[in-house]
Design a protein around this ligand. Structure first.
Ligand code: GLN
Length: 489
C-alpha cells in the first residue's frame, strides 16, 4: 500500500488494517503528515501542526493496539478547527486577538475523541470567530478549495473541510452556527454533520452565538461521521446545555435504508433564489436515486424561510457582541499596553485585534440589543425564530426528513464576495434554518456541477440524528458516491 493509498482510507478500512497489523498507527500518521507537507503549501488548510501532541498519541495508540484493546479511533488522524481548546496548543479562533493563547484545558468533544484514540495532526484555519462562509475572514490567510485552488473551500470551518477533502486528515472537527460545517462540506465534497442543539458539549469551544453553536464532524463517509459523532455526544456536567440523551442513540437503526420513508422537499428551498442550475440538476438526480431506493418524495412548505436570514443576522451578531466582550486585552492574547488608560487599552486592543467582519458583527449586535431598539430587532428576530421552528414542526408531521441542496452554489472564486457582505450571508439560506430550530443536519456529496462538488442536505427532527444518517447513508450507498480525495495539484 502506498502512502497516498493510506490517505484515502475511511476509519472503517484503516481500523481493520491496524488491527490486522498490516499497517501501524505511525505509518498512517506519517502518510498524512507527508501529504500535508506536500499539499498544504497550496491548500493552506492548517494554521499549525502539533507534533508534540501526535507523537505521544501515536505511541499510546500503538501500545493499545498491541495489547489488543484498541479503542474505536486508535491511530486515526484528526484535524481540529481553531475554535476548540486543546491544552497547551495555541488556539486563536482564526483571530489575531488571540495570538499566542494556549488554553489550560482541553474541551470535552476533543477530549472524548482523544480518549477514543484519535491522533491530532494540527489546528485548522477558519473565518475569524467562525464568522463567514469562505474562510477568507481568517485573521491569517484564506484556505483554498482542494478541487480548484482559485476557489474558496466554504466556511467558516473551511480548513477542516479542505483537510479531509485533500487527504491531509481522515476526520476533522468543525462548528456550525449557521451552516459552517454543512456548507464547507458541500463545497469540498466531503460529509459534514451538525448535531441537534445540545447533543455535543460545547465546553472548550470559543463561543460565537451560544444559542446556535454546535460542534460536529467532517469525514469521508457517512459511517465515519456517525461513529465520530456518537463518540463525542452525551451529557457533560461542564456544559449546562448538553443533553443526557445517550450518544449511541445517533446510530439507532441508521443502516436500515430509506424504503418506506417520506422525504420532504420544501418548495422554498427547492426554488431558493440564486440556486445554480447545475446544483438543482444534481439535487434532482439525488431525489431520483432516493426514490429508486424506496423513499417517497413529498412536497412540504417552510413558509417563513424568507425571514430566516434576517432573523439569524440579528440573533447571531447580538450573541457575538456579548460573547466577544471578554476579549479585552487584559485576560487573553493580544494586549495594547501602551494605551493611556484602561478604556483606551480595551479600545485599541479590540480595534487592532479584530478583523472587519468581527467588528461589523459586534457593532450590529450591540445596536440590535441597545435599549430602544431591542424590541424592534432582537425581540422580533426571536419571534421569527419561533415561527421558523413551528414551520419545521409542521413539515415533520408530513415527512420523516427534509432534503435539499446544502448550498445554492458550488465553490465560488476567492475574492468574489468579500466586498459584498450580504452576498456572503446568502450562502447560508438553506442551512441556517436548521440552527434557528436546533435541528440535526448533514451534507453528503451528491455529484458535481462544472467539475465542482455539490452537497445534498438532509435535516431531521430534534434528536433525529439517526434518521438523518439513515437517509444520508442510503443515498451514499445507492448513488455509490464515496467522498473522493481531491487530487489538488
Ligand atoms: N456563515 C455564517 C455566519 O457567518 C455561519 C457561520 C457559522 O456557522 N459559524 O455567521
Amino acid at each position: 500500500m502506498t502512502a497516498d493509498d493510506l490517505t484515502e482510507l475511511t476509519i472503517k478500512e484503516a481500523a481493520r488494517l491496524l488491527r490486522l497489523g498490516s499497517i501501524s498507527a505511525s505509518d498512517l500518521v506519517t502518510a498524512h503528515v507527508e501529504r500535508i507537507e506536500r499539499l498544504d503549501p497550496h491548500v493552506k488548510a492548517f494554521l499549525r501542526l502539533t507534533p508534540e501532541v501526535w507523537e505521544k498519541q501515536v505511541e499510546e495508540s500503538e501500545r493499545r493496539i498491541r495489547e489488543g484493546n484498541a479503542p474505536p479511533l486508535a491511530g486515526i488522524p484528526l484535524a481540529v478547527k481553531d475554535v476548540l481548546c486543546v491544552r497547551g496548543v495555541e488556539t486563536t479562533a482564526g483571530s489575531q486577538i488571540l495570538r499566542g493563547f494556549k488554553p489550560p484545558y482541553t474541551g470535552t468533544a476533543v477530549a472524548r475523541l482523544f480518549e477514543a484514540g484519535a491522533v491530532m495532526l494540527g489546528v485548522t484555519n477558519c473565518d475569524e470567530f467562525a464568522m463567514g462562509s469562505s474562510t477568507e475572514n481568517s485573521g491569517y490567510f484564506p484556505t483554498r478549495n482542494p478541487w480548484d485552488l482559485t476557489r474558496v473551500p466554504g466556511g467558516s470551518s473551511g480548513g477542516s473541510a479542505a483537510a479531509v477533502a485533500a487527504g491531509e486528515a481522515m476526520i476533522s472537527l468543525g462548528t456550525d452556527t449557521g451552516g459552517s460545517i454543512r456548507q464547507p462540506a458541500a463545497l469540498c465534497g466531503v460529509v459534514g454533520m451538525k448535531p441537534t442543539y445540545g447533543r455535543v458539549s460545547r465546553y472548550g469551544l470559543i463561543a460565537f452565538a451560544s444559542s446556535l453553536d454546535q460542534i460536529g464532524p467532517f469525514a469521508r463517509s457517512v459511517d465515519d461521521a456517525a461513529l465520530v459523532l456518537s463518540l463525542m455526544s452525551g451529557l457533560d456536567p461542564l456544559d449546562a446545555t448538553s443533553s443526557d440523551r445517550p450518544g449511541m442513540e445517533v446510530l439507532n437503526n441508521f443502516g436500515a435504508g430509506v424504503k418506506g420513508m417520506r422525504l420532504g422537499v420544501p418548495r422554498e428551498y427547492y426554488d431558493v433564489k440564486g440556486i445554480e442550475p447545475g446544483v438543482k440538476a444534481a439535487i434532482d438526480a439525488a431525489l431520483f436515486i432516493l426514490t429508486r431506493a424506496g423513499a417517497e418524495i413529498v412536497d412540504v412548505s417552510l413558509p417563513h424561510t424568507d425571514y430566516g436570514l434576517a432573523a439569524y443576522y440579528i440573533i447571531a451578531p447580538a450573541e457575538c457582541s456579548s460573547n466577544l466582550a471578554r476579549f479585552d486585552g487584559v485576560r487573553y492574547g493580544l494586549s495594547e499596553v501602551d494605551a493611556a488608560n484602561i478604556t483606551d487599552e480595551y479600545l485599541q486592543t479590540r480595534r487592532k485585534g479584530f478583523g472587519t467582519e468581527v467588528r461589523r458583527r459586534v457593532m450590529l449586535g450591540t445596536y440590535a440589543l441597545s435599549s430602544g431598539y431591542y424590541d424592534a430587532y432582537y425581540l422580533k428576530a426571536q419571534k421569527v425564530r419561533t415561527l421558523i421552528k413551528r414551520d419545521f414542526d409542521e413539515a415533520f408531521k408530513r415527512c420523516d426528513a427534509i432534503v435539499s441542496a446544502t448550498s445554492p452554489t458550488v465553490a465560488f472564486p476567492i475574492g468574489s464576495k468579500t466586498q459584498d457582505p450580504l452576498s456572503m450571508y446568502l450562502c447560508d439560506v438553506l442551512t441556517l434554518g436548521g440552527n434557528l430550530a436546533g435541528l440535526p443536519g448533514i451534507s453528503v456529496p451528491c455529484g458535481t456541477s462544472d467539475g465542482l462538488p455539490v452537497g445534498l442536505q438532509v435535516l431531521g427532527p430534534q434528536w433525529g440524528e439517526n434518521v438523518v444518517l439513515r437517509v444520508a447513508r442510503a443515498y451514499e450507498e445507492a448513488s455509490e458516491t464515496k467522498a473522493e480525495v481531491a487530487s489538488v495539484v
